[in-house]
Ligand binder design. Structure first.
Ligand code: PMP
Length: 427
């Protein structure tokens, strides 16, 4: 038995399911979750001292690799001055200036403590600004566990949304319309029917919560156009893609400008941070400037700002994103080659430092297609890789991430492990 097994048993005594966030529990792949004792660079280490090449990166934040010495040093220095003040600090101004410099559609930005808080606040602001209640989201996109966004499509096209979790009031879910990702016609049809009631479209500009699914050409541009025509706000949820697919996020990568953006993960460098921001005239409606209420005891926390600022400084180095994308490309190209050599139907998606792996022969561009991939093969692949020292996301519906710390040796080791694992699951 592993130490992880014992620790998981102990965790379940007083933590629901033994975890503080459900996907960590390995329900999607079976077996005991790996407990992590420490991490460094591209590696995580379990309590038995086993080392794994990590492609989860704490679900996205660790773009520099784990425990980056400069981030750790900055945080260590910062904490000497206190952990939280609940009063303004210079660090918050530096963070706001940096974010608005890197993401020019953001003219004003408010810091929060998680991605969920960011999307919840952006939605309230969009509703407050437009005076409309309905919002559109897309099937397979995840925007945190905000009530209004834990909603799935109703039974027919253009029907009202239904709660996707008990506890979300049906009356609230009805205000959220859920449409198929990458389906502009469905968006246009919905707007033709009730466009003037829709406050906002919220979208992951590269979907990372149904594996990794990039927007088809014209999708984001089409959303922009429809929103402009109907006075609806376009919200890019860049919690995952921000500072990940490009320095300026997916909006820079695809050249489409949203009205509001949400950020998380990388912006905190591993500390609990989120942010939302955008057009000045919209953001001026937030308290204390305007009537839309939003607040946070720990918002703009100095330790979190320090970790985030140092991270943003380091990702701003020339060539950072080209190198990051090169690593991810090398990884997915190598995985495809090895799968094909073993005769395993397999495809990949990749945008900048994020990637998706699919056990299917086709290129995946939508949620329905993602759900049709071979789940059993994914599970076998996941466990085969874990046994060989590679830690992938324990779910077929999550994107993977490379970090700047993933070197040629780690990628080669991953490809060697994959060759053996593909051969095993093909047999
Ligand atoms: N939006 C997106 C696109 C996300 O990927 C996530 C988290 N995976 C969230 C929002 C929610 O962020 P958090 O878990 O920090 O609340």
């Amino acid at each position: 038995m592993t130490r992880s097994h014992d620790l998981f048993a102990a965790a379940q005594r007083h933590i629901p399911g033994g975890v503080n966030s459900p996907v960590r529990a390995f329900r999607g792949v079976g077996g005991d979750p790996l407990f992590v004792e420490r991490a460094a660079g591209p590696f995580i280490f379990d309590p038995d001292g086993r080392r794994y090449v990590d492609y989860v990166g704490s679900w996205g934040p660790m773009i520099l690799g784990h425990a980056h010495p400069e981030v750790i040093a900055a945080v260590a220095e910062c904490i000497q001055r206190g952990l939280s003040f609940g009063a303004p600090t210079e660090l918050e101004t530096a963070m706001a200036d940096k974010v608005c410099e890197l993401v020019p559609s953001m003219e004003l930005v408010r810091m929060v403590s998680s991605g969920t808080e960011a999307t919840m606040s952006a939605l309230r602001l969009a509703r407050g600004f437009t005076g409309r209640d309905k919002v559109i989201k897309f099937e397979g996109c995840y925007h945190g566990h905000v009530d209004a966004l834990l909603v799935k499509a109703g039974s027919g096209a253009l029907t009202l949304g239904e709660p996707s979790s008990p506890g979300v009031p049906a009356a609230l879910a009805e205000l959220t319309l859920t449409l198929p990702y990458n389906d502009l016609d469905a968006v246009r049809d919905t707007f033709a029917q009730s466009g003037d009631e829709i406050a906002a479209i919220i979208v992951e500009p590269v979907a990372g919560n149904m594996n990794c699914i990039p927007p088809v050409p014209g999708f984001l541009e089409g959303l922009r156009e429809v929103c402009d025509r109907h006075g609806t706000l376009l919200i890019f949820d860049e919690v995952m893609t921000g500072f990940r697919v490009a320095r300026g996020g997916a909006q820079a990568h695809y050249g489409v400008k949203p009205d509001l953006s949400t950020l998380g993960k990388v912006i905190g460098g591993g500390m609990p941070v989120g942010a939302f921001g955008g057009r000045r005239d919209i953001m001026e409606r937030i308290a204390p400037l305007g009537p839309v209420y939003q607040a946070g005891t720990l918002s703009g926390n100095p330790v979190a700002m320090t970790a985030g600022l140092k991270t943003l400084e380091l990702v701003s180095a020339p060539g950072f994103y080209e190198a990051l994308a090169g690593k991810a490309e090398r990884l997915v190209d190598g995985l495809r080659e090895r799968a094909h050599a073993a005769g395993v139907a397999f495809s990949t998606n990749q945008v900048g430092g994020m990637f998706g792996l699919f056990f299917t022969g086709e290129q995946v561009s939508g949620y329905a297609q993602a759900t049709r991939c071979d789940q059993e093969r994914f599970k076998a692949f996941f466990h085969g890789m874990l046994e060989r020292g590679v830690y992938l996301a324990p779910s077929a519906f999550e994107a993977g991430f490379v970090s700047a710390a993933h070197g040629d040796a780690e990628i080669q080791a991953t490809l060697d492990a994959a060759a053996a694992t593909f051969a095993e699951i093909a047999g």
